[in-house]
Design a binder for this molecule. Structure first.
Ligand code: XMP
Length: 317
């Protein structure tokens, strides 16, 4: 029987005991878990918590700026690091899904390590690990797999030699949300859909270019904002758009077009292990499809993914 107020009190006291006057570094992702972990730590040790939020250039439209602003409003000591170019350069020409994940994992570790080095005398690495991450890696394609494979390659990056503190490691997702609510974290932030660490890179089938990212960000924003405007966002577990590596023929005025196809995906799920596609209202799909084709240059066709997991997965890569 979980009481979030009691958890918050005990957890803050425990963290203060454990960490004393030590400095702690934490990577914020914009997601629920790392945010709740950061706010708990901030309440416990204040300015000794150093948060780092990396823009890998693969986030949603305006997400880096918006979420960074939100974090600052919450009083967190956060440094935003725009490493987009570094990620794009490392990803250039790579089409293989697992290789893209590995590159993103590696560059993230490099960027984070550089930043952690700039905090003098830091002793701890905080992580927003939750119970399901502890008992099993939720997804075989998940970031922990990336980090593990990196381990095998050579020495550990310096920040991984730090002592680890994981205040949420005994909690389930719904409990994390309740703790977040007790901590007065914005409902909008707590209700955010899951978003994969490699971001839009695994929703752009084939190689990544900044132009493709920008195009997909526009499509995704129309879809996600539409879900919010039509009060559908909260009834969906996860949603997003996928840029397909094919062109299709279309017609605009008297002109033949030959442009990109995007797929929309929205699923219901409880843990991501299984998922059903959501029966979004036709009226909504019609509106979103028209808006995408009218507003996003280079797209002339929208399809809706009606596959369940298994045998399909939520992401296309
Ligand atoms: P799949 O595609 O395996 O996705 O059905 C299940 C859940 O995991 C997320 N996902 C990832 N998250 N790194 C992550 O942090 C990854 O490489 C990754 N791959 C998939 C996916 O968005 C869904 O929530």
């Amino acid at each position: 029987n979980f009481t979030s107020t009691a958890f918050v009190e005990d957890c803050i006291a425990d963290l203060q005991n454990q960490l004393q006057d030590d400095k702690v570094v934490l990577g914020l992702s914009g997601g629920v878990d790392s945010t709740v972990a950061a706010v708990l730590l901030h309440k416990a040790i204040g300015k000794n918590l150093y948060c780092i939020f990396v823009n890998n250039g693969l986030l949603r439209k305006n997400e880096f700026e918006n979420v960074l602003e939100q974090y600052k409003h919450m009083g967190l000591n956060v440094k935003g690091v725009d490493a987009s170019q570094r990620f794009y350069e490392a990803l250039a020409g790579e089409s293989d899904p697992e290789k893209k994940r590995k590159i993103i994992g590696r560059v993230f570790i490099e960027v984070f390590d550089d930043e952690a080095h700039q905090i003098e005398n830091v002793k701890w690495l905080a992580q927003g690990t939750i119970y399901p991450d502890v008992i099993e890696s939720v997804s075989v394609k998940g970031p922990s797999a990336t980090i593990k494979s990196h381990h095998n390659v050579g020495g550990l990056p310096d920040f991984m030699k730090l002592k680890v503190v994981e205040p949420l490691r005994m909690l389930f997702k719904d409990e994390v949300r309740r703790v977040g609510k007790t901590l007065d974290i914005d409902d909008e932030l707590l209700g955010r859909h899951p978003f994969p660490g490699p971001g839009l890179a695994i929703r752009i089938l084939g190689d990544i270019t900044p132009e493709k990212v920008q195009l997909l960000q526009e499509v995704d924003a129309i879809f996600i904002n539409g879900l919010k405007e039509h009060n559908l966002y909260d009834s969906v577990w996860q949603a997003g758009a996928i840029l397909l590596p094919v062109n299709s023929v279309g017609v605009m005025g008297d002109e033949r077009t030959y442009e990109k196809v995007v797929a929309l995906r929205s699923v219901s799920s409880t843990d991501g292990m299984t998922a059903d596609w959501v029966h979004l209202p036709y009226e909504f799909l019609i509106k979103i499809s028209n808006e995408i084709i009218n507003k996003v240059k280079g797209v002339n066709r929208v399809v809706y993914d009606i596959s369940s997991k298994p045998p399909a997965t939520i992401e296309w890569e």
